[in-house]
Unconditional design. Sequence first.
Length: 398
Amino acid sequence: MDSKPLYEPFSPELLADPYPIYKKLRDEAPVSYHPKLDFWTLSRFADVMQALQKPRLYSSAQGIAVGMDTQMTNVFDAVITMDPPRHTQMRTLVNRAFTPRRIAELAPRVLEVATALIDDFIEKGSCDLVGDFAAPFPTIVIAELLGVPTEDQKMFKEKSNALVNQQRLPDEVPDPARMAPILELVQYLNKVFDERRKQPREDLISALLAAEVDGQKLTQSEVTGFALLLLIAGNETTTNLLGNGFQLMHEHPDQRARLAAAPAALPDAIEEFLRYESPVPGLARTLTEDVDYRGHAFRSGQKVMLLYGSANRDERQFEAPDVFDTSRKPTQHLAFGFGTHFCLGASLARLEARIGFEQVLAHMPEYTLLEGAERNAGGIRGFAQLPTAFKAGAGATE
Ligand code: HEM
């Protein structure tokens, strides 16, 4: 049978609205195969979860994308594409910097960054909630944690966008120009490393350069991979959590009014934003053994796509999953993954989101999204721009 696969990773329909496709997959082909690209797709919560609980069978070491140019995925020599035991050793090096307690200490500075950005546009009565706020906000925070000069954050955002939006099928003609921004970013980071080697500071880059695993310093490519991963994973995802939240609240003004009046409800609402519109719709693993899975012959070396965004809308797991309800009591969702590779930055993302939403709702509670909202071109679910109008000067900080 030569029917079209239900899950076509780069199709415009999927990028525009993946949820009807996800539902069809869950109902009709929960374990589905893509013959051309030779990978399986799991779309139900329970199936995705069992894979995340078996990191040795479902390996991350050969990349976590399907059909993506390997030249791109090789840029990351970092935890997200490592298996235990190396993964455990490397992750231990940075875990301490990201514990909920350490992250909570950042709150005053995160608040300063958020209010400074809002102050820059509040008198105008209009802004791009992504370009002027959701994008620069987490970039500044992570750049400061790493110890990269904040003046360069615009450049980081452009380069990290270039990397994240690099999705192309393996048989497309390679274009070396697309690698250029990433190579420039690597060169730039190498300069920062040289400076920190000479004069270490209290930042993550200095800590990574000094760190040892079994008496061995990390290689240059490991330090670069880690710094790049933190920059990119820390920016793109949080930007899109914020953008999705702004759009969802605009579409549900009653829920927005409730949150503006009672910001203490924001942490639960953020879990609903993450569940309902997961910024990372799915990531892949590679099978390390032949195995029969629910009657399907999975072969060693094949990729398996784990659709977090679909698992989070699975009616077998969540009641009325297509209803957006910020008063829902949060339950386990997979927007941050699960198990070995559970998002290192989850506490930071939650802190940034809480402060970001709180400040926007305090300063411009009745914002209106204008024509011209633009979805991301790549695989991260969210918006590239959200032109917005609001009452100028309302609640500007003194
Ligand atoms: C809303 C924001 C975020 C979302 C939705 C998100 C999502 C995810 C997901 C789904 C994974 C699992 C990867 C996998 O299953 O292979 C992950 C891992 C990771 N995230 Fe996040 N992330 C967010 C924010 C952040 C931030 C702020 C940082 C950095 C400071 C960060 C750093 C990482 C790292 C380093 C990993 C790899 C962990 C490992 O492999 O052990 N993330 N993230």
